[in-house]
Design a protein around this ligand. Structure first.
Ligand code: PAF
Length: 282
């Protein structure tokens, strides 16, 4: 496995792979890798001859009041995880390698980014789309892998690739959860023991919604109300949003229909966690 920090090194390797006819799978990450990332790598490994993992905590997707400085990092541990998954190349650039002094071009997807996390974190998806576009241009993969936990990110990237005719297949992979249901996330490492316990309220709310839906409930107000009650009963939790939207438009809905997304963002102490489920009856 090669570990490189410069764009030129990636380009040289990709060129050689392309000349030999190898297909390339890309797993973009911000590092501090966990089983969720490993499931993306496993999918990439299965479907491509070569796998590139990028590890880059992208400064332009964090607002000034967010956790850029404290975002967890452990490159040595990440290298071992990638090696174990059979990754061929890690690209872990510095911020100055990715954003030179006069950098001033951005990719901004409208519409889908105006709801949910896009509304709560202005500029976030512009930063994500810009860095993902750069990573696509640098690594030129056949396929790129993203987790369904970041459902809005996945939808926005699919929209971007479609709108801009980017010839890369975007593969969404299922949410990977801890034994008690908490969705795997690098940010889980911020949680103290009591907060970690409290964080199970997200999945408990999702399970409750699942049970209500199984019993025939379709009203968003009723289901969201029950979810709120579970989360509000947890003293360390503060709801940022619980919303039901249509997966295609991300417009709010008031009753469940095929391909509805329920997305939630909840603060546990100072840590903001997200989770979601998709309603797909058939
Ligand atoms: O999902 C993430 O880890 C990041 O948003 C991504 C896609 C690597 C872009 O920085």
């Amino acid at each position: 496995m090669k570990v490189v920090t410069s764009i030129d090194q990636v380009r040289q390797q990709v060129k050689a792979w392309r000349q030999s006819g190898a297909s390339i799978g890309l797993v973009p990450t911000m590092g501090f890798l966990h089983e969720g990332h490993q499931s993306l790598m496993a999918a990439a490994k299965e479907q491509n001859q070569k796998v590139i993992v990028t590890i880059f905590v992208n400064p332009i997707q964090f607002a000034p009041n967010e956790d850029l400085a404290s975002y967890p990092r452990d490159l040595e541990r990440d290298k071992i995880a990638c090696q174990q998954m059979g990754v061929d190349l890690i690209f872990c650039p510095t911020a100055s390698e990715m954003y030179e002094a006069h950098f001033n071009s951005y990719v901004d997807v409208n519409g889908l980014t105006e709801a949910l996390c896009g509304k709560k974190r202005p500029g976030h998806f512009k930063g994500v789309c810009t860095v993902v576009t750069k990573l696509f241009n640098i690594t030129q993969p056949d396929r790129a892998y993203f987790g369904q936990k970041d459902a809005q990110q996945l939808a926005v990237i699919k929209r971007m690739v479609c709108d801009l005719n980017v010839d890369i297949e975007i593969i969404g992979c299922p949410i990977v959860r801890e034994a008690d249901g908490l969705a795997k996330s690098s940010r889980n490492s911020y949680l103290s023991a009591t907060e970690r316990e409290a964080a199970t309220c997200l999945y408990r709310a999702i399970q409750c919604a699942g049970e209500m839906i199984a019993q025939g409930e379709r009203s968003v107000d009723v289901i969201a109300g029950a979810m709120q009650a579970i989360i509000n009963a947890e003293p360390l939790a503060k709801i940022d949003y619980i919303e039901f939207v249509d997966m295609a438009s991300f417009n709010a809905i008031d009753s469940l229909k095929q391909d509805s997304l329920c997305a939630l963002a909840v603060y546990i102490g100072k840590t903001r966690l997200i989770d979601n489920f998709i309603y797909q009856p058939s």
